[in-house]
Design a protein around this ligand. Structure first.
Ligand code: GAL
Length: 997
């Protein structure tokens, strides 16, 4: 152990200053296992699955953020066709054990459909069951009951230890059954999450770490256990494969074009070598987008902050650190439906990811595909070391504005990768350069045939040297490679550059140098034989040019837009892992999305999605592509002069009828009977605790924290019964609910005021005057309706930050210090931790009267309600509910994602609404805070072939009342699709709700 560490360190130091790759000594290869299985092994370079080295290109997906489970397959197939092979997912303790001791994986919480979809897509999984996950989820994934469980969480404290036992062992058993050792997709399990920062006075708790490790193992986890340090600081090194996280462009989506000049991380390699030199350089979370908070600038801006230029610069920079495990957080963000969110995010968790919340593909997706496909065909990269990690400005190029990292295959001792980027990450300058490279035929300065290479602003490139592509070797290529494949004995090599850039690709031959002939495209090549056996081809990357080099190479020269269109697909083999095959690739150019390929006899069957008419070029073995079908329909094929196939496929996008929501009949009812004089709150919970274990000790006579009474999500109502001393003139209260929360207060039936909410306040103190003096001895009730934006996270271990209460921190009567509250009552979601809707889960409903009654559910009888639209609203402060139904009849074979869309209301702007589709809460809207106005609802929650129930709550904060400015159902995209049929999630209808009052 010590010896191998020494060898690795020594070799790393030896090679650091070297620019002569061939003299590099081969490192000692240590194959390692956790001793429990042999499917997943590793050494200091990479992971190996069943003995095969792989670049693990992974993306984060949270099953609980997509409750329409039959869409998992679509998402995972999109990840797969991007060239990725792995997905990482969290398990959310808070929704599977919402009541202590009662664990349920019912409904959308069942993980098996996710595992099955992964197997079908051919995607490996990394499971991240916490118990702490962060993830912008309420309480960072902890269950609500944790807020009243004593002692510090995320430590080895006994109370916490006892709290996580049940969840960890139950979940681990489920994961264990789905490990690769049992024929499932799970290859790694992460313990804890970013256990990296501690409250003052605390530090890394090794006992806690060890206890968790042993709990996973005891429950049957056999695959390697991993851990993600928030940054590479060497915590929790006792796991099998340690790694770290990084979000180098930050989360400020409001200025998405601004990058810090030093934004690109430069210390990862040295940190990796310091902490885990015998393990692959693993990055378990790398920025794939950014979250956006209440009042933020919206996810389109986050997608720009982390757009294709970001992907090029930052992900290629990871290659400059020989990273071989790269998980992008998030690859598909999904939705914070119900009460999933912590206060730092709103309903959408789109994250600006490559795959948008509505499952459409951003340009980011296509850029990632270029990079992922390259890594999949570059085994030499998997045993590399960075030689001059960041040290040499101007190295290899002579241009001081550029940084070049030389990354050499120190095992194969042949191939080099040169990663180039701007030294100043904020630069938009066009830099010109030549590269002086050590190659197997000696040092060369490229372009050899004259001219210069360019790096235009925020860009980065990987130039290869002595790179094997099938039977051929590229002496070098300045145009980047997206893929190569050997098909019918011919090496198809696909290279690309930005439109109009000058590039060179050089081939190394053993003997005779064949001619390079343009067989398609208008490009004029320059070519020349150097050193008698090497052929240099110079060109600009414009459109598509196909070049035959002798009879066994077809070189595709593409600009970026053309390269985006290339798909690399692998026909399934047989057995349980048939869809994980990476043998016999088939290349398809064209189409918005190609999902899969299958070969039967001489027929090639493509499945894909189109948003416009597609022109395909198909490069497949002749014997298996005599016929080609697309989504089951035969294509009319033509053959190119160079032996590939072309075909046109017209798109079919049927028109559909979408109801105009504002012309439907809506029913409405008052949802705040609590302020009527006869309202009886006797069935509510009496808030009578006089002590709490909460770190925030109360200043009130009884504890007024909703969590202490089992209410952890959605709106909370409080009622304070008091007897007047005749002197009260008003009421002052400090309420806490999290960023952008609000509250409204009534004295008996009279509205006395609201805090309307603002993203910067998580608690707020207000004073409200009573409408008149109260007569001495008279009985009154104050009704307080407050919003709950989720619990805070607990990122700082031993801080218990997640316990920050939701409720009243203080109150007093103006003009009468002596007045006391005789009785406090509280209500949240019906049943609290004994929530009634076990299908939609513990976070779907809050405590509004209408929610307690189940007015948001299908089949509730609203026939006796008045007619009224949410766009008519209410004329005074209060809460009303609206319901309507509509039919949809969307044909099969299309993917038309939809959203409930509202627009900003500028008159009487202070209100909040929630939107429920077939009982699932898919939108929480705060008009005066924003920014979200379109709330995507996935098919399967929205019934595309039948009846839908839409319910809207409207809470007007001010005397003038409020109304929605508009409400519409909109189609977000029209795609002809091969996705598997969507089965609706269970949508249990309304049934009588005993105890709801
Ligand atoms: C990381 C954390 C993730 C998520 C991410 C930001 O620190 O591990 O769970 O919170 O930050 O989106």
């Amino acid at each position: 152990m010590l010896f191998s560490k020494l060898v690795a360190l020594l070799s790393a130091t030896l090679v650091l200053a070297s620019s002569k790759p061939r003299s590099v000594q081969k490192l000692n290869i240590i194959r390692d296992t956790d001793g429990l299985q042999t499917n997943v092994t590793w050494d200091e370079y990479s992971l190996m699955i069943n003995g095969e080295r792989m670049f693990m290109f992974s993306g984060e997906v949270h099953p609980y953020r997509m409750p329409s489970q039959s869409l998992y397959l679509d998402i995972l197939q999109k990840v797969k066709s991007m060239g990725f092979n792995t997905v990482s997912f969290y398990v959310f303790w808070g929704i599977v054990e919402p009541k202590r001791g009662v664990i349920s994986f019912e409904g959308f919480r069942d993980l098996q459909p996710f595992f099955d979809a992964a197997m079908e897509a051919g995607i490996y999984l990394m499971a991240r069951p916490g118990p702490y996950i962060n993830a912008e989820t309420t309480a960072g994934g902890f269950p609500g009951w944790g807020t009243y469980t004593p002692s510090l969480w995320r430590t080895s404290n006994t109370t916490y230890y006892e709290a996580w036992q049940n969840y960890v062992s139950t979940t681990a058993h489920i994961l264990a059954e789905n490990q690769i050792t049992n024929g499932g997709p799970i290859i790694l399990v992460q313990s804890e999450n970013e256990y990296t920062g501690w409250a003052p006075g605390y530090s890394e708790d090794f006992t806690y770490e060890a206890e968790l490790l042993s709990a996973w193992r005891t429950a049957g986890i056999k695959v390697p256990i991993t851990f993600n340090d928030a940054s590479p600081e060497g915590h929790y090194l006792t796991v099998n494969i340690w790694g770290y996280d990084s979000y180098p462009n930050g989360f400020d989506c409001s200025s998405p074009y601004t990058w810090a000049s030093n934004a690109v991380p430069t210390y990862f390699w040295s940190a990796h070598e310091e902490y885990a030199p015998e393990e692959p350089n693993a990055v378990y979370e790398y920025q794939g987008g950014a979250f956006d908070g209440w009042g933020g600038s919206g996810y389109d801006t986050c997608a720009i902050l982390t757009g294709p230029d970001f992907e090029r610069v930052f992900y290629k920079n990871e290659l400059a650190t020989s990273t071989t495990y790269l998980n992008l957080y998030m690859i598909y963000g999904g939705t914070n439906w119900g009460g999933i969110a912590h206060p730092g995010v709103y309903t959408s968790y789109d994250y600006g990811s490559a795959i948008a919340e509505d499952r459409t593909l951003r340009e980011k997706y296509y850029e990632l595909k270029l990079q992922a496909n390259f890594l999949r065909v570059s085994p030499a990269y998997l045993t590399t070391r960075p030689m001059n990690s960041y040290s040499n400005q101007g190295a290899f190029t002579g241009n001081q504005a550029l940084l070049t990292t030389q990354v050499l295959d120190v095992v194969g001792n042949q191939t080099g990768f040169y990663v180039i980027r701007q030294a100043n990450a904020s630069s938009n300058a066009m830099e010109m350069y030549t590269l002086t490279l050590p190659t197997s035929v000696g040092n060369l300065t490229v372009p050899v045939l004259g001219g210069q290479l360019t790096l235009d602003g925020k860009d980065s490139k990987v130039h290869v040297v002595d790179y094997a592509a099938g039977a051929n070797t590229l002496l070098y290529s300045t145009a980047e490679i997206t893929t190569w494949a050997t098909i019918d004995g011919r090496d198809i090599i696909v290279v690309y550059g930005n439109a109009g850039e000058l590039h060179e690709t050089a081939f190394k031959f053993d003997g005779t140098v064949p001619a390079a002939t343009v067989v398609s495209g208008s490009e004029q090549l320059k070519s020349e034989t150097i050193n008698s056996t090497n052929l240099v081809i110079q060109y600009t990357t414009t459109g598509q040019t196909v070049v035959e080099v002798g009879s066994d190479v077809l070189l595709y020269i593409l600009d970026r837009a053309n390269a985006y269109e290339f798909w690399v697909l692998y026909p399934p083999t047989t057995g349980a892992y048939a869809n994980y095959s990476t043998a016999d690739p088939i290349l398809v150019k064209g189409g918005y999305f190609i999902r899969s390929v299958d070969v039967s006899g001489s027929t090639l069957a493509l499945l894909g999605d189109l948003n416009s008419t597609a022109s395909f070029e198909i490069i497949a073995p002749a014997a298996s592509s005599a016929q080609v079908t697309f989504n089951g329909e035969p294509l009319t094929l033509e053959k190119t002069s160079y032996g590939t196939l072309t075909a046109e496929k017209t798109v079919s996008l049927p028109q559909v009828n979408i109801p105009t929501l504002e012309s439907l009949t809506w029913k409405t009812a008052d949802s705040l009977p609590e302020i009527t004089p006869t309202y009886d709150d006797s069935s509510w919970t009496t808030a009578n605790h006089t002590t709490t274990v909460n770190p925030t000790q109360p200043s009130t006579p009884v504890v007024l924290y909703a969590g202490d009474y089992g209410y952890h999500t959605g709106n909370i109502l409080w009622r304070a019964h008091f007897t007047s001393l005749g002197a009260e003139t008003g009421f002052t209260l400090n309420v806490q609910g999290g960023s952008a929360f609000g509250y409204s207060v009534w004295l008996d039936s009279s509205f006395i005021g609201s805090w309307v909410g603002d993203a910067v306040y998580e608690s707020y103190q207000s004073s409200f005057s009573f409408p008149g003096t109260l007569s001495k001895g008279s009985a009154h009730v104050l009704t307080i309706l407050q919003d709950h934006m989720g619990y805070e996270e607990d990122w700082t271990a031993a801080s218990d930050d997640f316990k920050a209460p939701r409720g009243l921190l203080s109150y007093s009567f103006e003009g009468s210090n002596a007045t006391t509250v005789d009785l406090w009552k509280v209500i949240g979601n019906l049943g609290g931790e004994d929530y009634v809707d076990t299908t939609r889960g513990p976070l779907n409903e809050g405590g509004l009267y209408g929610e307690r009654q189940g007015w948001h559910l299908p089949d509730f009888d609203d026939s006796y309600w008045a007619d009224g639209l949410p766009t008519n609203g209410i004329s005074s402060a209060g809460v009303s509910f609206y319901r309507t139904t509509f039919e949809l009849d969307i044909p099969s074979g299309v993917d038309y994602p939809m959203a409930i869309v509202t627009t900003n209301m500028t008159t009487n702007p202070y209100f909040r609404s929630q939107f429920y589709v077939n009982g699932y809460q898919f939108g929480k809207y705060v008009n005066s805070v924003g920014p979200q106005q379109a709330f995507p609802v996935p098919q399967g929650i929205l019934n595309y072939n039948g009846l839908n129930t839409l319910a809207v709550s409207l809470w007007a904060h001010e005397n003038e009342g409020a109304k929605l400015s508009s409400i519409a159902l909109e189609v977000l995209a029209q795609v002809e699709s091969s996705m598997a049929a969507v089965v609706n999630q269970p949508m249990p209808p309304w049934t009588p709700r005993p105890g709801a009052s």
